[in-house]
Design a protein around this ligand. Sequence first.
Ligand SMILES: [Zn+2]
Length: 42
Amino acid sequence: MENKCFKCKKTSHEKALVAIEKDREAKFVCVWCLPTLIHGAK
Ligand SMILES: [Zn+2]
């Protein structure tokens, strides 16, 4: 199974993914969506 950004569904082929933990689950988010998490945007 390929890792995908949980927000935009991009794979690591398209964007660099960062491993995070949210709601006690390990997830990946791409560098593109990461700032929106930091700023708390939906
Ligand atoms: Zn993303």
